[in-house]
Design a binder for this molecule. Structure first.
Ligand code: F0G
Length: 459
C-alpha cells in the first residue's frame, strides 16, 4: 500500500479557535456592516481572508528572533537579510520596508509619474492603487485563458505578449516599467512560466523598459515551474528561483507570503542609481536604509524564512493542501478557478449565484453566505475590489467574480479544510434561494473594499 502524503512538519505551539452559532454570526455581520474586514478575529472560526502575515513561523525563525540586532544603523540583522537576498534571489541592493505596499510606495515614488501607463498581469489591488494614486494607469495584459475559470492552462498567470507589445507600441514614452506578478494573485494564484518571464523581459528590453516582479509568491511560482514546465523537473527550487529573477531588473516583495513572516517587505534591485534614488524615499516613508520599517528580529526571521521556504517540501505541503480543498469542492460540482492556485481556491461566484445581479456584488454576497453558514471568512475578489474607474467614477465590473479562500501557511489542518468544504457545499445546495445581494451605504474614494459599508437588498 502506498503511504499517503502528509505535512512536512509537526506542530509545537497551538492557538485556540472557537465555533459560533448562526444567530451570533447574523448579529456580528450586521454590526460589521456586512463587511467581513470589520469582523473581530474572535468572531471567525476558520480565517481564510488572506495568506498574508497569517502563517506559522518555524522553530528556526523563532530562534533567530532572539538574536535580532535592534541597532538603528548597520545592524547585523540587516546584513543577515542582505546576504540571504543576495545568495537566494541574486540582487546586490535591497531596501527593507514594513510590507509589500510600502515597497511599492517607495519604488513607485521614484518611477511612476502622472500620465504614465504600467502594463502587467492583473496588478494586485495595492499595486494598482499606488499607480492610480499617482494619476497613472494600469493596463492588464493577462492571457485570455485566465478569465475562463473552467479552462485548464498550466500557466494561467502568464502575460499575453501580443497585448503587451501593443501597449508598448502605443504608449512607449509613457511606460516607466512592465510589472509581472508571480504568482498572479488576482487571477487565482496562477503561476507564470519561466518561458513567459523570459519573453516578457526580452520584449520589454526591445522597447528599453525595465521589468519589475511583484514577487509575493515567487516560491510557489517556482514550485509550479518545477511541476509543470518542461526542463525544470530536476532543478531545485533554489535554482529555479535564481533563474526567475534574472528576468527582471528589480522586485518588490511582501514578505508576509512566501517568506512566512508576520510583517515585512523589501525592494531589491541591481542598479545602484535606482537604489540611491529609492533610498531617499525609503528614509522618508519607512526608516533608515538598514531597517526600513522592520525590527532587527523580524529581519532575522525573514532571512531564515526566505531560505527555508525555497525548499521543495514546505511548498509541496502547502500547494497540496490548497489542492485538497479544491478537489473537495470540485467533487461537489462547485465552480472554481482551474487549475487550483498556489495560495488559495478561487470560487467562481457568477456561476455559483447566477440569480444575484452584478450591481448587488455577487462575490461579496457569496462570501457573506459562507460566513453565515459556518463562520469561515473568505474575501471578495470582485466588483468591490475592482473599485470605480478613476475617470468616470462608474463601477468596474471584472470578467470574473471570485470568493477567494486563502490558506495561511502551516496554520490549519486538512480537518479544517473539511469544515470549509462542508460549509460551502451547504451554501451550494441552497444557492437557488439566494437571489438578492447588497448595496453600498459608505465607500472610500480609493481601495474601498477594506472599509465599505453595505446593506442587504431586500426581495
Ligand atoms: N502584491 C501582491 C501580489 C499581493 O498579494 C500583496 C498582498 C501585495 C503586493 C501587497 O503586500 O499586503 O504586504 O502590503 N496581498 C495580500 C492578499 C494582502 O491578501 O492577497 P502587503
Amino acid at each position: 500500500m502506498n503511504l499517503p502524503f502528509a505535512e512536512s512538519y509537526k506542530i509545537k505551539v497551538v492557538e485556540p479557535i472557537h465555533r459560533s452559532t448562526r444567530e451570533q454570526r447574523d448579529r456580528w455581520l450586521l454590526e460589521a456592516k456586512n463587511n467581513l474586514f470589520n469582523l473581530k478575529s474572535s468572531q471567525v472560526y476558520i480565517d481564510l481572508l488572506t495568506d498574508s502575515g497569517t502563517g506559522a513561523m518555524s522553530q528556526g525563525q523563532w530562534a533567530e528572533m532572539m538574536l535580532g540586532d535592534e541597532s538603528y544603523a548597520g545592524a547585523s540583522s540587516y546584513y543577515k537579510l542582505k546576504e540571504s537576498i543576495q545568495s537566494i534571489l541574486g540582487f546586490d541592493y535591497f531596501l527593507p520596508t514594513h510590507q509589500g505596499r510600502a515597497a511599492e510606495n517607495v519604488l513607485f515614488s521614484v518611477l511612476v509619474k502622472e500620465g504614465h501607463v504600467v502594463p502587467g498581469n492583473s496588478h494586485f489591488d495595492t499595486t494598482k492603487g499606488h499607480i492610480e494614486f499617482r494619476k497613472a494607469s494600469a493596463i492588464d495584459c493577462t492571457i485570455d485563458e485566465a478569465f475562463h475559470s473552467e479552462l485548464i492552462h498550466p500557466f494561467k498567470g502568464n502575460v499575453d505578449l501580443n497585448k503587451l507589445e501593443k501597449v508598448l507600441q502605443e504608449h512607449t514614452d509613457k511606460i516607466p516599467f512592465v510589472i509581472v506578478t508571480i504568482t498572479n494573485n488576482t487571477c487565482g494564484g496562477q503561476p507564470v512560466s519561466m518561458e513567459n518571464m523570459r519573453q516578457v523581459y526580452e520584449l520589454s528590453k526591445k522597447y528599453g523598459k525595465m521589468v519589475i516582479f511583484d514577487s509575493a509568491r515567487f516560491a510557489e511560482n517556482a514550485y509550479f515551474i518545477k511541476k509543470r514546465e518542461a526542463g525544470y523537473a530536476d532543478k531545485s527550487i533554489k535554482e529555479i528561483v535564481k533563474e526567475t529573477f534574472q528576468y527582471c531588473d528589480a522586485m518588490t516583495m511582501s514578505s508576509k507570503k512566501d517568506a512566512v513572516v508576520n510583517m515585512g517587505g523589501f525592494i531589491a534591485m541591481r542598479d545602484e542609481q535606482l537604489f540611491r534614488e529609492a533610498s531617499v524615499f525609503n528614509i522618508i516613508f519607512e526608516g533608515y536604509i538598514t531597517y526600513g520599517g522592520m525590527s532587527g528580529r523580524d529581519m532575522n526571521a525573514l532571512a531564515v524564512g526566505l531560505d527555508e521556504n525555497t525548499e521543495f517540501a514546505p511548498l509541496e505541503t502547502r500547494v497540496e493542501q490548497v489542492a485538497y480543498l479544491g478537489q473537495k469542492l470540485t467533487d461537489a460540482g462547485i465552480p472554481v478557478q482551474l487549475p487550483y492556485g498556489g495560495h488559495a481556491i478561487f470560487v467562481d461566484a457568477k456561476k455559483f449565484l447566477p440569480h444575484v445581479p452584478k450591481e448587488e456584488f455577487i462575490a461579496q454576497t457569496l462570501a457573506i453566505e459562507l460566513y453565515k453558514e459556518c463562520g469561515v471568512r473568505g474575501v471578495e475578489i470582485g466588483t468591490l475590489l475592482a473599485d470605480r474607474d478613476p475617470g468616470t467614477r462608474e463601477n468596474r465590473y471584472p470578467a470574473l467574480e471570485f470568493v477567494r479562500l486563502a490558506l495561511p501557511r502551516r496554520t490549519y489542518t486538512n480537518n479544517h479544510m473539511d469544515v470549509v468544504a462542508a460549509g460551502l457545499i451547504n451554501v451550494w445546495n441552497r444557492r437557488d434561494q439566494i437571489r438578492n445581494g447588497y448595496r453600498i451605504r459608505y465607500e472610500a474614494p480609493i481601495m474601498r473594499h477594506f472599509t465599505v459599508e453595505l446593506e442587504a437588498v431586500k426581495p
